[in-house]
Design a protein around this ligand. Sequence first.
Ligand SMILES: CC(C)(COP(=O)(O)OP(=O)(O)OC[C@H]1O[C@@H](n2cnc3c(N)ncnc32)[C@H](O)[C@@H]1OP(=O)(O)O)[C@@H](O)C(=O)NCCC(=O)NCCS
Length: 314
Amino acid sequence: MSTDVRLVRAEDYPAVASILNHGEDEDHQVAAGDLQRLDVLWARRDSAFRRVVSVADGAIVATGYVCSSWGGVTEPGRFWVNVATSHDRPHHSSDVAVFDDLYRSLDGAAREVWTCTREDHARHLTYLERFGFTERFRSWGAHLALDSFDPSRWTGLVERLATEGVRLVPYPDLDGDAARAAKLTALQDALEADVEHFEPIVPKRIADVIGPETIHEALVVAVAPDGSYVGLACLLGSRSDASLACGLTGVLPEHRRRGIATALKARTAEIARGWGAEELNAGGGGGADAPMVRVNRAIGFGIEAPWVTYAKVV
Ligand SMILES: CC(C)(COP(=O)(O)OP(=O)(O)OC[C@H]1O[C@@H](n2cnc3c(N)ncnc32)[C@H](O)[C@@H]1OP(=O)(O)O)[C@@H](O)C(=O)NCCC(=O)NCCS
């Protein structure tokens, strides 16, 4: 059997998209035409960008690309690769051949090579071990279908917190508090000190909770009996979006494990559902056991297979 690695051609994109879409849920499906357009744009912006395919007996059995940045962040000497193999036929280490081609295209410029892939996909990738990649960080993605979300499940929890003096207050209803902005900024700073992060996969700070990316009506604050702010959850995007992103969720350490995060997050889901949104998407750092994953799971979010970041230092 002859295997050949070459630059992708226009007619390869349906096969490339089919490899990338295998086993992916609806949110992560990519159309061949869109992928091709994105590749063209990417190549214009990034001179290191290169997508190749591995062809065996006339069929495309693997694909991969190399680029010089992730999430808009570029580090001198750091490159990112992404390799995927076809699941419906033996791939004969075609991923090794794809990586080898991408790596050689860097022509000695790489100090380190990174990749971020889902654990269930990584199982098919022999090049990770062959070329000495090591695991650096785990992250997670989660999705909540709002038509199956029942806010009444959380009424008892909210009532219990109210008897303990903890109120869940949307940001606009705090406008009588002259210190609102300063208190929220201080709360965000304190919470972010605890967020499991790993640049640039999960940045320490994404957006200010009172900034323009946050939908202010869906920024819910947990207020203690003394008027201090002890936790928050928020949604990003705009009210008319069918799909909304979850922003920072956090509770100060001395108030954790009382159900406050669960109640806050459930309240944001209730607000989004009331607007007719269909889905909430969340993501963050840590493994399947991270406290935020447990809170999301309790609320009814489906949790993706873990994402793993690997690095190879040259
Ligand atoms: C993640 C985080 C928000 C969770 O906040 P929290 O208020 O402690 O969460 P909850 O109390 O709702 O739920 C956490 C656990 O407490 C449990 N719990 C809830 N009420 C409880 C009670 N009365 N007594 C004991 N445990 C309770 C929950 O069942 C849950 O248990 P589990 O972890 O075994 O599933 C908090 O740890 C945090 O702020 N971390 C730093 C910021 C961060 O990392 N945010 C995520 C990135 S956006």
